[in-house]
Design a protein. Structure first.
Length: 86
């Protein structure tokens, strides 16, 4: 399955297009996308902070997703880095 992952926040510093494609198994979960993102980042973004993918949230077009959730059937997801501030 091909996941089109929209990038937000600091992720845009690594890919200005704002989007990458990841390949995962058809029965993959969000945890598998997290691992695929980490592998992609380590191969393509030398300045990628270790631990960022583990702290980031993933979402479909309608809701936040947990690691054990199945992937959206349309393959469209977003990765949201942790934020802080007030």
């Amino acid at each position: 399955m091909t996941i089109t992952l929209s990038l937000f926040g600091i992720y845009r510093n690594f890919d200005a297009s704002g989007q990458i494609k990841l390949e995962v198994d058809d029965n993959a979960t969000v945890a598998d996308v997290r691992l695929a993102l980490l592998a992609y980042a380590q191969s393509n973004w030398p300045e990628f902070p270790i631990g960022l993918a583990a702290k980031s949230a993933f979402a479909s077009q309608t809701s936040l997703l947990r690691d054990g959730d199945r992937l959206p059937s349309d393959g469209l997801m977003a990765v949201l880095p942790p934020v802080s501030g007030g």
